[in-house]
Design a protein around this ligand. Structure first.
Ligand SMILES: *[C@@H]1O[C@H](CO)[C@@H](O)[C@H](O)[C@H]1NC(C)=O
Ligand SMILES: *[C@@H]1O[C@H](CO)[C@@H](O)[C@H](O)[C@H]1NC(C)=O
Ligand SMILES: *[C@@H]1O[C@H](CO)[C@@H](O)[C@H](O)[C@H]1NC(C)=O
Ligand SMILES: *[C@@H]1O[C@H](CO)[C@@H](O)[C@H](O)[C@H]1NC(C)=O
Ligand SMILES: *[C@@H]1O[C@H](CO)[C@@H](O)[C@H](O)[C@H]1NC(C)=O
Ligand SMILES: *[C@@H]1O[C@H](CO)[C@@H](O)[C@H](O)[C@H]1NC(C)=O
Ligand SMILES: *[C@@H]1O[C@H](CO)[C@@H](O)[C@H](O)[C@H]1NC(C)=O
Length: 921
């Protein structure tokens, strides 16, 4: 076990989980700690394997996500890497895990309650198939969400069944092996428990059930006390069946004096089972994509949405040039983009989205873009942007290049909903067309301005000839550790904005967009620079079009700076820099039930109650290296209004912030604290604008959908405001046909129910995800809210048989004395088959550092050949079929004392994951 892991495990042990198998909450640990332990261990293992293969050492400097990510990406590349994406990926998985207790509270299969073993395993199987398909299509968010839910169900098995009472300490591997039977299940007529009058019995399982090793689980009744005769109950306050003989309950959700051995055994088995499931996914998708799914990649992503109509050739050239500049100048650094996304749009076409990790490929693609077509009409700008917002990872910086108004402005609400839900920042480079009658109408520029502001981006208006100078702003944001210190939108007038620059900040840039303004910048020592000094005492100032970019010198002074701006027009101000001190946040709402918790809101927070949000501050050495003084919501525009939140430490680096008085209108989050490493005060701000709403939409996607099948999504809408007719509009980013009521009649305070149906076309590729936005608006247009949902399209899989491996020959004339292994070699041949299956997709060496080759994968028998030095004694080969089933071949030439290898005639290898504990009669 690595020191990292010890540290992580220790953290959780110290937090002393009084509860487990409950979702997040109150610092007590939980499904979160079980999931977290397994994820961090598997990530560390994967990072180590990747480092080994690349020939460098995996040596994190500590256990914080940032340090883990930095070590995992390779210690040599210069530059800072923020752990925010990894942290956010973990939170996403935890949140979805917890939501199973809200969305499926009364569904026995989701919790392995009420002996729903086959159905429970069915959910795991369906989920794992979807996760693998999603990862293959690079839909990592969808994969994480399903992973969280599947892990919940898998973990619940150990708490809710009698597995540990039967004496097993290892996981029941058949739960993740759909090709293996679930055996020896107690049938519905078999009594399984004895009565427990005082509800505190160490073991209620009947002796014959224990002797025959029959598997059972507790019945759970939230609304009814009915259960079959003689059956165990889940137990606990909310389980009505627990009062019916046999009374009591066998759930090991909580650690009590009477069940602590079983509880601990269940937690251990649940961690081990989670690890097995993660290993299966990792082997199926490979180390690289497994880490990307976990948010471990350089966080810089370049995403361009480009108008390709006739007048755009200069703009396309400017975009191409900055793309090349980013690729060439960041190569080999931590700021090198991990992904490139390009969405062209024209009229009336848009897309497809080109998404690649290959810099050469994106260079080719952007060079291929030609300005053609497009009449005198506006273009499909927002449709292109919609694809980029749903395709790019969350918190990306997206740049739109256009010289015309958007024809599809009806998408504006959908775009704002997507910006809010992805927290991506969108900036526009709008150039004026040469032909006069097509020049930009100021009202349409206003639309781009609104969108940019809502996401925390900028709307930059320049002439075509100036555009190349303006695009340097893209270079600034192509970094793996971008943070925002301050952002404001202001009306005409004079105002002073103070902001704290901490020691950790590098490459500080101040952007002001607006016309007719003057400013004075002052550092903590009182040194000033005005807008007329292009190269002054504090930094350099570039002005192009409506954008001013002020680059502070590298030796900037830490402390409180201020900028005084005088303008006769509205303007925006933004201060950014690079730092590993950052934060992630989500607006959440508490949910009740037997296992209460917090759910991330998919729409705007409710107007009639305090706003709550879950915040994680990521310091240079993890959450402990910062202290937080102040968290509040601050208005973006108009006079500054800050409302402070109260903080509750939830453990695990998470802080629950409750803001009683939410500002009116659009607001962002502001955070002030101290970096304890440098004892320097820092300030950070979120970029995405938010506001509260009286309207609330409830909807949850419960499963994946097959291509060509119709999916039904029930949703309900409620308003705290005035009742009446509300307009419903829904959109999806794949243009799949949908049907839903266009209006709902709402009574104040009451949910109205409706159903949306969506039908993915029959040729949709498995693993595709669909982002669905539902919007509800009052007839006056004053009240509205939205929900953003993801749906995975996954083929029904019938092949669950993993490829088979047979070792055909082993020649190992290795010396007895291992220290003399140097000059000797051994070799192994194996045949891989996937009889009756989908066929082998990949074969790879995952352990052993010898030479490895195999024959063509499309033959019915694939021959693999391995040769290695006698010093490398273990080989492990993995074959994955097209359905994602994983077959393994393991061979060791390590001599055991009793069986020298040379005398072993039995091939000592293990094909497939051994099923270690099969329940038998
Ligand atoms: C950031 O600053 C460092 C020095 O402080 C400099 O080497 C680097 O080029 C800068 N990065 C960008 C994108 O300007
Ligand atoms: C918010 O909290 C900070 C720090 O505790 C305090 O200085 C500030 O005055 C508070 N602001 C408001 C509006 O209460
Ligand atoms: C809407 O559905 C919920 C359950 O999903 C139900 O409790 C409620 O009564 C329904 N409301 C109406 C108006 O039908
Ligand atoms: C392995 O595959 C080769 C090529 O198909 C075949 O000739 C050989 O008989 C196979 N060996 C075993 C033991 O099945
Ligand atoms: C493949 O299918 C055939 C015919 O149904 C069957 O006899 C054979 O056992 C199957 N092989 C495997 C490995 O399932
Ligand atoms: C396998 O693929 C190769 C080329 O990739 C092709 O030449 C060969 O015919 C294929 N064999 C079979 C059995 O399909
Ligand atoms: C692996 O291949 C290389 C080059 O083909 C060869 O020099 C080396 O001896 C091989 N190693 C083993 C262990 O077979």
């Amino acid at each position: 076990m690595t020191s990292l892991l010890v540290a992580v495990l220790l953290t959780w042990t110290l937090m002393s989980p009084a509860l487990a198998f409950v979702p997040v909450g109150g610092g007590t640990s939980t499904h979160v700690s079980i999931t977290g332990t397994a994820l961090l261990q598997k990530v560390a293992e994967t990072c180590r394997a990747v480092a080994d293969a690349a020939g460098h050492e995996f040596k994190p400097t500590g256990s914080s996500p940032g340090e883990l990510v930095q070590a995992c990406l390779g210690p040599t590349a210069p530059g800072d890497v923020s752990g925010a994406k990894f942290h956010a990926a973990l939170q996403e998985i935890y949140t979805q895990n917890g939501l199973v207790d809200r969305d499926f509270v009364n569904s026995p299969p989701h919790h392995f309650n009420s002996e729903a073993f086959l159905e429970g395993r069915g959910l795991i199987t369906e989920g794992v198939v979807a996760i693998k398909a999603n990862i293959q299509k690079e839909n990592f968010k969808a994969a994480r969400e399903t992973l969280g839910r599947v892990l919940h169900t898998l973990q619940d098995f150990y708490s809710h069944s009698n597995w540990v009472e039967l004496g097993y300490t290892e996981p029941y591997v058949n739960l993740i092996r759909p090709d293996l039977p679930l055996e020896n299940l107690a049938d519905v007529n078999t009594p399984t428990c004895s009565d427990c009058a005082n509800r505190k019995c160490p073991n209620q399982i009947l002796p014959n059930i224990l002797n025959e090793k029959k598997l059972t689980s507790g019945y759970m009744g939230i609304f009814s006390s009915q259960k079959p005769k003689g059956k165990c109950s889940h137990g606990g306050e909310s389980d009505l069946t627990s009062t019916k003989v046999p009374r009591g309950g066998i759930s090991k959700d909580e650690r009590r004096s009477d069940n602590k051995e079983f509880h601990d055994a269940a937690v251990n088995a649940a961690v081990a089972a989670s690890l097995q499931l993660l290993e299966d996914i990792r082997l199926a998708v490979g180390n690289h994509d497994f880490l990307r799914m976990m948010g471990i990649a350089r966080s810089s992503v370049v995403c361009f949405v480009i108008d390709t109509t006739g007048s755009m050739s200069d703009d396309i050239e400017a975009a191409r040039s900055i793309m090349y500049k980013i690729i060439d100048s960041k190569k080999g650094t931590q700021d090198e983009p991990s992904e490139y996304i390009l969405v062209p749009f024209n009229d009336p076409e848009f897309g497809p989205m080109i998404r690649t990790t290959d810099a050469d490929k994106i260079k080719r693609e952007i060079s291929k873009l030609k300005a053609t077509g497009g009449g005198d009409t506006p273009e499909m700008c927002l449709s292109g942007l919609q694809l980029a917002l749903t395709g790019a990872p969350s918190s990306s910086n997206i740049y739109v290049f256009t010289d015309a108004t958007a024809k599809d402005i009806a998408l504006k609400d959908t775009i704002i909903a997507l910006m809010r839900s992805t927290k991506s920042t969108v900036s526009f480079f709008v150039t004026a067309r040469s032909r006069r009658r097509r020049s930009l109408a100021s009202s349409s520029f206003g639309d781009y301005n609104d969108l940019a502001l809502a996401s925390g981006g900028q709307a930059i208006q320049v002439s075509k000839s100036q555009l190349p100078q303006a695009t340097d702003i893209i270079l600034d944001t192509s970094t793996s550790a971008l943070v925002t210190v301050l952002q404001r939108a202001a009306v005409a007038g004079q105002e002073t904005f103070p902001f704290a620059l901490d020691e950790s900040l590098k490459n500080i840039t101040i952007y002001i967009t607006g016309t007719s303004l003057t400013f004075t910048l002052t550092n903590p020592a009182g040194v000033t620079q005005t807008d007329t000094e292009a190269s002054g005492k504090l930094g350099t100032i570039n002005t192009v079009g409506n954008l001013r970019r002020i680059r502070l010198y590298a030796d900037k002074q830490s402390g409180t700076w201020q900028i005084n701006i005088k303008s006769s027009q509205p303007y925006t101000l933004k201060v950014t820099g690079q730092s590993t001190i950052t934060f992630i946040y989500d607006f959440v709402e508490k949910f009740a039930g037997p296992h209460s918790g917090y759910a991330v809101l998919s729409g705007r927070p409710r107007a009639d109650q305090p706003a709550t949000l879950m915040l994680s501050v990521i310091g240079r050495k993890g959450p402990t290296s910062t202290t937080i003084q102040e968290v509040g919501l601050v208005t973006m525009s108009g006079p500054e209004v800050v409302t402070n939140g109260t903080m509750t430490d939830m453990g695990n680096g998470e802080i629950l912030v409750t803001v009683a008085a939410v500002p009116e209108g659009e607001f962002v989050l502001i955070l002030k604290g101290t970096d304890t490493l440098s004892n320097s005060e820092f300030q950070r701000q979120s970029t995405t604008q938010m506001s509260v709403s009286k309207v609330n939409i409830q909807a949850a996607v419960e499963s994946s959908v097959e291509p060509g099948e119709t999916f039904k999504l029930p949703f309900s809408v409620m308003t705290q405001g005035e009742g009446g007719i509300y307009t419903i509009s829904a959109r999806n980013d794949r243009n799949f046909p949908m049907s839903y009521p266009n209006t709902l009649s709402l009574l104040s305070g009451e949910y109205a129910n409706a159903t949306l149906t969506i039908t993915p076309t029959a040729d949709t590729e498995s693993g595709t995800d669909v982002t669905l936005t539902i919007d509800a608006k009052s007839s006056s247009g004053v009240d509205s809210n939205y929900a953003v949902l993801r749906l995975s399209v996954v083929n029904k899989i019938t092949d669950f048989i993993p490829p088979k491996c047979e070792v055909t020959t082993v020649v190992a004339n290795c010396p007895h004395d291992v220290s003399k292994c140097g000059p000797f070699q051994w070799e192994l041949s194996a045949n891989f088959t996937d009889e009756n299956g989908t066929g082998i997709q990949s074969i790879s060496l995952i352990q052993g550092n010898g030479n490895f080759t195999h024959t063509a994968l499309n033959a019915s028998i694939v021959q693999a050949y391995y040769s290695a030095s006698c010093c490398s004694q273990i080989v492990e080969i993995v074959a994955v079929d097209k359905a994602g089933n994983v077959g393994k071949c393991y061979h060791s030439i390590i001599r055991s004392h009793s069986f020298p290898v040379t005398t072993l005639s039995l091939p000592l290898w293990l094909c497939l994951l051994a099923s270690m504990f099969v329940v038998r009669h």
